[in-house]
Structure formats: structure tokens, C-alpha cells
Design a protein around this ligand. Structure first.
Ligand code: MEV
Length: 435
């Protein structure tokens, strides 16, 4: 299909609907999810390409998040029913024990210019101070505003990678983008660098531009100097009510064992970290940030020792239980979608219009809260009873029940084991019975 992107939104919608059995009702359904306010729909369509409708997800809130002494109601966008319940219950649990303690030591982002160089490497290395000032000067039009806000290019390092790939070098650049995620800023700087380095070779005696082949100029999502740390702690005795059927000591023992398993086994570590990302991603989505970037960076960080491990840790010392999370999190509170998407802007407002570091702490706290709730369930009751109870509403919806049937099913399954099959069978019985 040629020229699809040039069609009007309505033409695109109709053309896409033709692929369905009933094009007319399909088009109508897509249309029903478009925003009734034209201006808002234009904003939403402008965010992406070839938009024919919207795909709504639930917008949820988790109250009682005490972070560094300040109470937050945390906006969370997710499709997984138990995530917000888990975050809320963990936040409620820790609010009486001092809440979450969080900090962001550094907020530095990485970018790289990958290139091949066939000239003398020692001369290239010796010329780095001149190269650096020339690149910084060329990038001034891009960096000027960011510098006025206190950010900009921090360091430029030449890495010789010829032992990996013939002729391969890289410029590794560290940036401070303050409250912006900074992807466009970083990529623009790096693209200026790619051509400015060519000009430097052109205009400097002893260098030949033909020795230089720029390959890629792109930010890195591995931001190992943009880390958030979040922790909770309390006396072991205070965990007596964490799991009614276990003593505080037994609970802590099982909790720490679960963390040890996630430290040593990749299959478990992946799921453990997925539980953390349940909370983190929901905040990232709600605030218009890039969850794929954070996911990629988080999992790379989890594997930094050479083995993929848990992102969180638990410990007991002097009868004090502590549970903490450290992970990279390059978030922004200005630019990108953060202000463009009307609900992302509302999410930031709900959080008191945080700067990037404060938002990193909130997302980190949501991650640790979800992780705590998951490990608590897994090492005590198991997750299925809670999950399936949340899932019951989805099953009921899938089965197209009447309101009365739904009420009846919920009452019945308050005490019964829930599964799709069991609910479907029960529905059949009550329909036959005419209840
Ligand atoms: C489900 O979305 C997340 C969990 O599997 C996390 C975990 O196992 O730690 C419950």
C-alpha cells in the first residue's frame, strides 16, 4: 500500500476498517473511541502517526505513598488488575513505618558517536582537547538553552574499541539534561558532533577526512549515572502483622530467602524484576515518559555483574529489616509528552509538579512497593487468590453477564476458588436455574 500516510484520518480509518468482516460497524467502534473534543483528538493524533482511534487504559491512583516524609497520591496507568491494589496495600503498610526513603545521587545521561577511523590512533588521541573544543563550539546553537538552565555537555571521552571491531572508535558523551529526559537534545548534539568531527579532520593539518567514517550518533538507554535508590526499613518485630499466619521472624526469613533466589536464578530474577517494573512502568506511563527506555536500562543494569540479578535487596541487621531498590531511571518532567498529553500533565500536577529527580523517586517507590507486595504474597498466601479475585471482574465481563448475574457470581466466588472455567460453569448453572 503506497501513500497511506498522506490520506486523511477518516480515509485511513475507513481503509483499515475494510480489513474486518463488518467494516461499517468496525469503523463505528473505532470512531467511538475518538475523543469527542476535536482539539484533544488532534493532540492525541499528533503524538503518533497513522492514528485512527485511541486505545484507552485505566487511569488509577494509589494513595498513602509517604516518600521522604511527604505524602503522595500516585497516578498509575496499567492494564494489570492487581498492580494498583498491590502498590496501594504496600504503601499503606509502610506509611506507618516511616514510608519510603529515596535519593538520586546523579542525573547524568549517556550518548555515543560510533565511528571508524583509519588514521594514526595516537595522533587522534593527542588531538582530543582540540577536538573537544571544536565539537563544543559547533554544538553551541543546540546546547545554549540547556546551558542557561544549568545543564549541557559534561564530558567527552574518546574510547578506542579496535580490539572489538576493526577501526572502531567511539566518542562517549555524558550530558546533564536537568528536568528533561533529553532524548532529542542528546541526539541532536551527537549528530552535530558526527559532522563537526569530519570538519575537524578536513580543516586540521595532519588529518584526512577520508580516514573517518561516522557510523551512528545516538543516546544510550544504559544510564548508569542516573540512578534512583529507594528503601524501606523497620524493626523486625514491627512485621508481626505482615503475614497473619507467620511470626515476624519467619516472615523476614522467608522474604530474605526469596530475595536470595532472585539474586541467583535468572528465571526467578526476571519475574522478580517484572514485578518491580509493574509499579515503575505504571507511573512512567501516567506521566508521559518512555517506559521502553526505562525497561531496557533497568534490565541491562540488572545484568551488570555478568549475571542477570534482582534489582532489589533485603537484609536484616541488628534486628532491623531493610528492603531497597537501586535502578537507572532517566525520566523527564519537561518536554516530550509530559506536558503535551493532557493526562500526563495532570499526573505531574497530582504529584505536585515534581522535578525529574523527584519523579524518579516516586516511580522507584512504586517499583519497590509492588515488589514488596509480590514477595509478601508469594512467600505467604501465594498470589493466585488475590490475583484471581481481581481477575473475577474481567472474567465476568468476558462472559457478558447481566448485572444481576454478576452480583450473584461475585457473592458465590467470595469463598470459592476462582478460574475462568469455574465461573463459566457456575453461570451456566444459574442461567439454567433461572436465577
Ligand atoms: C505479576 O505481574 C508480577 C509477579 O509475578 C512478580 C513476582 O513474581 O515477583 C507477581
Amino acid at each position: 500500500m503506497k501513500g497511506f500516510s498522506k490520506l486523511s484520518p477518516q480515509e485511513k480509518l475507513l481503509l483499515a476498517s475494510e480489513r474486518f468482516e463488518d467494516p461499517a460497524s468496525t469503523a463505528k467502534q473505532f470512531e467511538s473511541f475518538q475523543h469527542p473534543d476535536e482539539e484533544t483528538q488532534e493532540i492525541l493524533s499528533g503524538i503518533s502517526e497513522n492514528t485512527i482511534s485511541n486505545y484507552p487504559l485505566p487511569y488509577n491512583v494509589a494513595p498513602n505513598f509517604l516518600i521522604n516524609g511527604k505524602l503522595f497520591m500516585v497516578p498509575m496507568v496499567t492494564e494489570e488488575s492487581s498492580v494498583v491494589a498491590a502498590a496501594s496495600s504496600a504503601a499503606r503498610f509502610w506509611v506507618e513505618k516511616g514510608g519510603f526513603h529515596a535519593r538520586v545521587a546523579q542525573n547524568i545521561k549517556n550518548g555515543q558517536l560510533h565511528f571508524l577511523y583509519g588514521g594514526a590512533a595516537d595522533k587522534l588521541k593527542a588531538a582530543m582537547p582540540d577536538i573537544e573544543s571544536s565539537l563544543r563550539a559547533e554544538a553551541k546553537p543546540v546546547t545554549k538553552n540547556m546551558e542557561q538552565r544549568g545543564g549541557g555537555i559534561r564530558t567527552i571521552t574518546l574510547n578506542d574499541r579496535r580490539h572489538l571491531i576493526d577501526g572502531y572508535f567511539q566518542l562517549h558523551v555524558r550530558f546533564d539534561t536537568i528536568d528533561a529526559m533529553g532524548a532529542n537534545f542528546i541526539n541532536s548534539c551527537l549528530e552535530v558532533f558526527a559532522s563537526a568531527l569530519g570538519s575537524f579532520f578536513d580543516n586540521t593539518d595532519g588529518f584526512d577526512r577520508n580516514d573517518y567514517e561516522p557510523l551512528m550518533a545516538i543516546l544510550s538507554n544504559y544510564n548508569d549515572q542516573c540512578l534512583v535508590e529507594v528503601s524501606v526499613s523497620c524493626d523486625v518485630d514491627a512485621l508481626g502483622h505482615a503475614a497473619p499466619q507467620l511470626s515476624a521472624e519467619a516472615f523476614v526469613r522467608r522474604f530474605i530467602l526469596a530475595l536470595k533466589v532472585a539474586e541467583s536464578d535468572i528465571y526467578r530474577a526476571t519475574t522478580h524484576n517484572k514485578g518491580i517494573m509493574n509499579g515503575v512502568d505504571a507511573v512512567i506511563l501516567a506521566t508521559g515518559n518512555d517506559f521502553r527506555a526505562i525497561e531496557a536500562g533497568a534490565h541491562a543494569w540488572a545484568a551488570r555483574s555478568g549475571q542477570y540479578r534482582s534489582l532489589s535487596q533485603a537484609d536484616v541487621q541488628d534486628n532491623r529489616f531493610s528492603f531497597s531498590l537501586q535502578m537507572p531511571m532517566a525520566l523527564g518532567t519537561v518536554g516530550g509528552l509530559t506536558r503535551l498529553h493532557p493526562l500526563a500533565a495532570r499526573s505531574l500536577e497530582m504529584l505536585g509538579n515534581p522535578d525529574a529527580k523527584a519523579l524518579m523517586m516516586v516511580a522507584g517507590a512504586a517499583g519497590l512497593a509492588n515488589n514488596f507486595a509480590a514477595i509478601r504474597s508469594l512467600t505467604t498466601t501465594g498470589i493466585q487468590s488475590g490475583h484471581m479475585r481481581m481477575h473475577l471482574s474481567n472474567i465476568i465481563m468476558q462472559l457478558n453477564t447481566t448485572k444481576e448475574e454478576a452480583r450473584y457470581i461475585k457473592k458465590h466466588f467470595a469463598e470459592e476458588k476462582i478460574s475462568y472455567q469455574a465461573v463459566a460453569q457456575f453461570l451456566e448453572v444459574i442461567r439454567k436455574r433461572g436465577t
